[in-house]
Design a binder for this molecule. Structure first.
Ligand SMILES: Nc1ncnc2c1ncn2[C@@H]1O[C@H](COP(=O)(O)OP(=O)(O)OP(=O)(O)O)[C@@H](O)[C@H]1O
Ligand SMILES: [Mg+2]
Length: 238
C-alpha cells in the first residue's frame, strides 16, 4: 500500500485537482484507492457525493490529526493507494500527513506565491526528516501548465529546481477544461462526454502519464509490495 499526499501551503495551487486526477486514474487501472479528504472545504467529498458509485474508489471525509493515522492503519491491508488531499495550510494535519507519506507531491503553478507555498512544504519535510531521521520521498508537479508551453521551457524549470535539489515530475498537469468540469459534473474523465468537453482525450492521456510516473517514482519497498499484491490478486494459471 502506498500513501500519496498532495501538499502546498498556498491555497489554489492545484492540490485537489491533482489528487482527483491521480486517484481516479489509479482506480480506473484497477487499483483499490481511498481518498482521505483532509480539507475542511470538502471539495473531494462534494465531488464524490455528486458522482455516485465509482468502481475501486472510496472517499473518507472529516479527517483530523487524531483519525488520520487510524485510517491509514485500518486501510493498510485493504487498499493499494491512499491519496490524501490537504488544505492549503501548514498546520498539524499537514505535518502529520507528510510524515506518514510514501510519496509527497507538491503541485506548483509557476507563480511566485505558489512557489513560496511549495518552499514552506519543502522546509517542513526537511524538518520532519531531520527529527525522525527518515527520508520522505517528494517531488514537485507542475500544474495548470499551458498546452502551448514547450518541452524545452519545462526542461528549463526542471533544471532550475533540480539545481536546488528539488525533483520535478516529467509529466506536468496541463490546464484542461475537463479538470474543471469534473468537479461540476461529478464522475470521471471516462464518464465525461467527449462531445461536450474539449480535448478530453488529451486530458485522459495526461492523467494516464501522471499515474504511470507517480507509480514509477514510489520508493522501491512500496513498489515491491504493490507488485506482490498484484501477483497474488491475479488468477493462477491452471
Ligand atoms: N490542470 C488544471 N486545469 C484546469 N483547471 C485547474 C487545473 N488545476 C487546477 N485548476 C483549477 O484551479 C483552481 C484551484 O485548483 P484546486 O482546487 O485543485 O487547488 P487547491 O490547491 O486544492 O486549492 P485549496 O488550497 O483551496 O484546496 C480550481 O478552480 C481548479 O478547477
Ligand atoms: Mg484543495
Amino acid at each position: 500500500m502506498a500513501v500519496i499526499t498532495l501538499a502546498n501551503a498556498k491555497g489554489g495551487a492545484g492540490k485537489t485537482t491533482a489528487a482527483l486526477i491521480l486517484a481516479t486514474e489509479l482506480a480506473r487501472q484497477g487499483s483499490r484507492v481511498v481518498i482521505l479528504d483532509a480539507d475542511p472545504q470538502r471539495w473531494i467529498t462534494n465531488w464524490f457525493e455528486l458522482s455516485g458509485n465509482i468502481p475501486n474508489l472510496e472517499v473518507i471525509s472529516h479527517i483530523t490529526p487524531a483519525s488520520l493515522p487510524c485510517h491509514i492503519r485500518e486501510l493498510k491491508d485493504e487498499v493499494d493507494f491512499i491519496v490524501i488531499d490537504l488544505a492549503g495550510a501548514k498546520d498539524a494535519i499537514v505535518a502529520l500527513a507528510l510524515g506518514l507519506s510514501d510519496q509527497v507531491l507538491i503541485p506548483v503553478q509557476g507563480c511566485a506565491m505558489d512557489a513560496r507555498g511549495a518552499v514552506q512544504i519543502l522546509e517542513l519535510i526537511r524538518q520532519i526528516e531531520e527529527k525522525a531521521r527518515t527520508r520522505i520521498n517528494h517531488a514537485v508537479v507542475l500544474t495548470r501548465v499551458s498546452s502551448l508551453v514547450t518541452t524545452r521551457a519545462l526542461q528549463t524549470i526542471k533544471a532550475l529546481l533540480a539545481a536546488r535539489g528539488v525533483s520535478v515530475l516529467d509529466t506536468p498537469i496541463v490546464e484542461r477544461a475537463a479538470y474543471r468540469e469534473i468537479f461540476e459534473c461529478g464522475g470521471t474523465l471516462q464518464t465525461m462526454d467527449a462531445d461536450r468537453v474539449s480535448n478530453l482525450d488529451k486530458a485522459r492521456e495526461n492523467a494516464f502519464a501522471l499515474a504511470r510516473e507517480v507509480q514509477e517514482i514510489l520508493p522501491m519497498r512500496v513498489r515491491r509490495s504493490l507488485a506482490l499484491r498484484l501477483h497474488w490478486a491475479l488468477p493462477r494459471a491452471a
